[in-house]
Design a protein around this ligand. Sequence first.
Ligand code: GLU
Length: 276
Amino acid sequence: MAFVTRFAPSPTGPLHLGHAYSALLAHDAARAHGGAFVLRIEDIDATRCRPAWETQIYDDLQWLRIAWDGEVMRQCNRLPAYEAALQSLWDKGMLYPCTCTRRDIESATSAPQEGILGPDGPIYPGTCRGIPTGARPADAALRLNIAAIARQTSFTEMGDGLAGRVGTTAQDYVQSIGDVVLARRDMGTSYHLSAVLDDAAQGITHVLRGADLFQATRIHVLLQQILGLPTPIYHHHRLIRDDNGKRLAKRDDARALSKYRSDGASPADIRAMVGL
Ligand code: GLU
């Protein structure tokens, strides 16, 4: 069976031990299966991405002895593909424009019973849903009308402690995911849409990534269905935490790979630190 996996970092800060774990796990799995390991730079957020961080990603991976196969995919070169998918979803009536600010959403969801958190934060209260619109506006975010498309989905999960078939009902989509944004006003796409289209374009058969993205996978599987794309097998891995049990973030410069490296650590030391 074909095995193609990927590492998809965003160049918004230094890679840390959590990224090293993710990249090593995916790379080692591809090699063990005689498959391919590809790299994708998730740089749709121009306000946060920096060329220097992208250069650092290549550097850190090479230092870790992680070789990727084929060309690197950069999301900044994929905007026409995202736009084509958005237009087809718009034409099918699955999207609607939303002009709410973060504050509008916070105040509309401040009643405790409405403050349920979905994969992207508070479940959108539906303020802009149902407002008649003519042509697709150029300056608004686009949300998925989840109630109109929700259906039972499932995917195969291989992660430790999670392994099995994971199902999501139409009702789960409406109640605990909601109308997610597929195109942000400032970038014309979103993580969810881009990741799903790119995984398909790169022929990814196995997605290995952190357990923090487990709930997002429910959205991805639904998007794959409505876009007619294959659903890969997923492996959500444990997260690397700091001494206080907190998940590492890009701002944790103290755990940046480049810091360990300049302090004299070897790639084998990094493997040992993340338990590989
Ligand atoms: N770009 C995401 C990140 O750096 C990873 C997304 C994914 O693996 O699907 O956290």
